[in-house]
Design a binder for this molecule. Structure first.
Ligand code: ME8
Length: 660
């Protein structure tokens, strides 16, 4: 029987054929939530889709010499587009919306008109700043160093006749929603929204454009197209049939239980979206959850940096379940997480090969060995069993509490408590010793049965995270009359023989060095050689360490090739659009001086460096970093945590001094 409706959404993605593992993160998490709710018996609607309008798409289509619709079609439906990626990741969405779908277009026109007729949308002149890549308007005061506060890229001046949405009218109600309810999660995101956006004064939002065409036309004022974020946000209701006849699920599923979104689009979902729903007098979604980003070496992944992680390489090699599991087990969903191949391999080895795979294969092998695959129907309880059974029976409630709070990582931790306890139980009960004595056969059967129960319950709870693996495990524990439902995720006393079918090894242990080499070779084959990093960024690169005193030995002649000099910082400033980089102007004792770009911005402010003396590699081949010339590098120590500690030199040492 259904426990009622549950509606979950992901953001709708910009059509791109450059999708990376970060893009899979939110959808994998939403998929696990959707499967969890289905397992519990809810009637789930899981929506995802693509956000296909806007100037960026129009520009790209022009570059490609095709119409915008041809452009988005080729990407959305293409072999490396969004739909293909969701197929790869085994995403079980119930619906897929494209904002170019007719029913959505028609509904957005009606919605826009309703807000206009209500007086919440009015005509004015837009003057301000616009970030094309983010399709976002900004006021001067919101810019960071003159650039878009979200992506750090330059903005352009924009001035045109436009429609505005009276966002200011809803400021108090939205502030109350954020501060006094659990609408926005995790709670840590509330202050940022209130302090950075609401308290400085919410300005009315520009909601139409006239300078390009690729958008939904405002039907009562041709020449205007609806601002892409208005078009995009309402997908969550149009996909249910709001203001259109394509679907008829609005009454059943709205308001949504949760929108999962990345942290950079929380502003749209927690301020603009509720305000527009208030204007439309529609119920508000119950929750918006702003998850963190997957980072590489603390920074964003991007194709231009050559550091994107390709989900296809990983899924093909390790299996999609291992990849899904890694994403949700390793990083707390609300925070940023640093992706690394080392962490992936270590999670597979520790959690999947050791804790899960080994438990299954040891238990089933012993059932095969001692009972020919069928555990006889004798159940002999001893006090030592109680602790295991208590952990098995406690798992579901703990898992439920965590999953309902969108703490997916902790949900998995509840399952791993069972697996850990079961592994310990094997050591405590030592079935291989019981197996030596005929008189202990009943006890042996009971111990092995208890293990199958620990595995069965864990597999049920793992289903949302690793659907195929969980199915495989449950098939190994064939069990007539048991349905492996949510209700049966409890220790069951079954007084009948239990037959198992030992299958393949679920997760063979990986050789770390071999795997790292393989992944790097694959990455290089698809994306080219790793780009040269700024020299001072090296501490942050987790370069595999060379065994000390072996590969790292050089002779004195080699060392002498390096020209190390003392230089003084005369000026220093951040490099625009590069979070990590500083440009240092140096007096190196030569008439011309030089400039060096260094990846030390996370640890030093420009004013900390001006006037200081430090050591530079003076004969390093010049390189351009983010378009800025760097003539050498500065030396910094890495204590092992990836940070940079610049080697400062005493005041009294003259600039230009040789370091040897
Ligand atoms: O923002 N780690 O679309 P989008 C985690 N169309 N999440 C990441 C990520 C990373 N490294 N990189 C991207 C849009 N994402 C709009 C949404 S909704 C009405 C409109 C996430 O394709 C990002 O945070 O740029 C966002 O939630 C999602 O991918 C889609 O990003």
């Amino acid at each position: 029987m259904s426990k009622g409706p549950f509606y979950i959404t992901t953001p709708i993605y910009y059509p791109s054929d450059k999708l990376h593992i970060g893009h899979s993160y939110c959808t994998t998490a939403a998929d696990a939530m959707a499967r969890y709710k289905r397992l519990q018996g809810y009637d789930v609607m899981f929506l995802t889709g693509t956000d296909e309008h806007g100037q960026k798409i129009e520009d790209k289509a022009k570059e490609a010499g095709v119409t915008p619709k041809q452009f988005v079609d080729s990407i959305v439906e293409g072999p490396s587009g969004v739909k293909a990626l969701w197929k790869l990741m085994n995403i079980s969405n119930d619906r897929f919306i494209r904002t170019t779908d007719d029913y959505h277009v028609e509904a957005i026109q009606k919605i826009f008109r309703k807000m206009y007729e209500k007086g919440d949308i009015y005509k004015g002149v837009y003057k301000g700043k616009y970030c094309k890549p983010c399709e976002s308007f900004w006021t001067e005061s919101q810019l960071v160093d003159g650039c878009c506060p979200d992506c750090g890229r330059p903005v352009v001046d924009a001035e045109e006749e436009a429609y505005f949405f009276r966002l200011s009218k809803y400021a108090d109600r939205v502030q109350h929603l954020l501060e006094d309810t659990d609408f926005l999660q995790p709670r840590s995101r509330v202050n940022e929204m209130v302090n950075n956006f609401i308290k400085p004064g919410l300005e009315d939002l520009c909601v139409s454009r006239t300078s390009f065409n690729w958008g939904i036309p405002v039907d009562f004022d041709p020449g205007h197209v609806v601002y892409v974020w208005v078009d995009a946000l309402f997908n969550y209701v149009t996909a249910l049939g709001f203001d259109n006849d394509r679907y008829h699920d609005y009454d059943k599923f709205w308001p949504a239980d949760v929108h999962f979104v990345g942290k950079e689009i929380v502003r749209f979902h927690s301020i603009i979206w509720p305000a527009m729903l208030m204007s439309m007098e529609l119920p508000l979604p119950k929750h918006v959850f702003g998850h963190g980003w997957l980072l590489i070496d603390g920074g964003k992944m991007s194709k231009s940096k050559g550091n994107v992680v390709d989900p296809y390489i990983l899924a093909e090699h390790y299996g999609v379940d291992a990849l899904r599991f890694f994403l949700l087990r390793t990083f707390p969903f609300g925070s940023d997480g640093n992706f690394s191949n080392e962490a992936l391999i270590s999670t597979i080895n520790t959690d999947l090969a050791n804790d899960l795979g080994n438990l299954v294969s040891r238990s089933l092998s012993m059932i095969d060995k001692y009972f020919g695959g069928t555990i006889p129907a004798v159940r002999q309880a001893e006090p030592i069993d109680e602790e295991l059974i208590a952990v098995i029976n406690g798992a579901r409630a703990e898992y439920e509490k965590e999953m309902d709070a969108f703490a997916l990582q902790n949900g998995l931790a509840a399952v791993f408590k069972v697996l850990d306890r079961a592994n310990k139980y094997i050591d405590e009960t030592a079935p291989w010793i019981l197996g030596k004595e005929e008189a202990k056969r009943d006890r042996l059967a009971s111990v092995l049965y208890n293990l199958t129960e620990a595995i069965r319950v864990s597999a049920i709870l793992l289903t949302p995270f690793m659907p195929d693996t969980a199915d495989k495990i449950l098939a190994m524990l064939e069990c007539s009359g048991c349905h492996n439902t949510w209700e049966e995720a409890q220790y069951l006393v079954r007084c009948e023989p239990v037959t198992v079918h030992k299958g393949e090894n679920l997760f063979p242990r990986l050789d770390v060095e071999k795997e790292l080499a393989y992944l790097e070779a694959e990455r290089a084959a698809r994306f080219g050689k790793q780009p040269e990093q700024p020299a001072a960024e090296k501490p942050a690169d987790k370069q595999p360490e060379k065994p000390e005193g072996v590969a790292s030995i050089i002779d004195i002649a080699e060392f002498q090739k390096v020209n190390l000099r003392v230089a003084q910082v005369t000026a220093c400033e951040p490099v625009p659009k590069a979070d990590k980089l500083l440009r240092l102007t140096l007096d190196d004792g030569t008439a011309e001086g030089r400039q060096v770009v260094s990846g030390i911005a996370p640890w030093y402010k420009p004013e900390d460096l001006v006037g200081k003396k430090l050591v530079i590699v003076a004969n390093l081949k010049p390189a351009k970093l983010r378009g800025v010339l760097s003539q050498g590098m500065i030396l910094a120590a890495d204590p092992g945590d990836g940070s940079a500690n610049v080697l400062f030199v005493d005041e009294s040492v003259p600039v230009g001094s040789k370091v040897r």
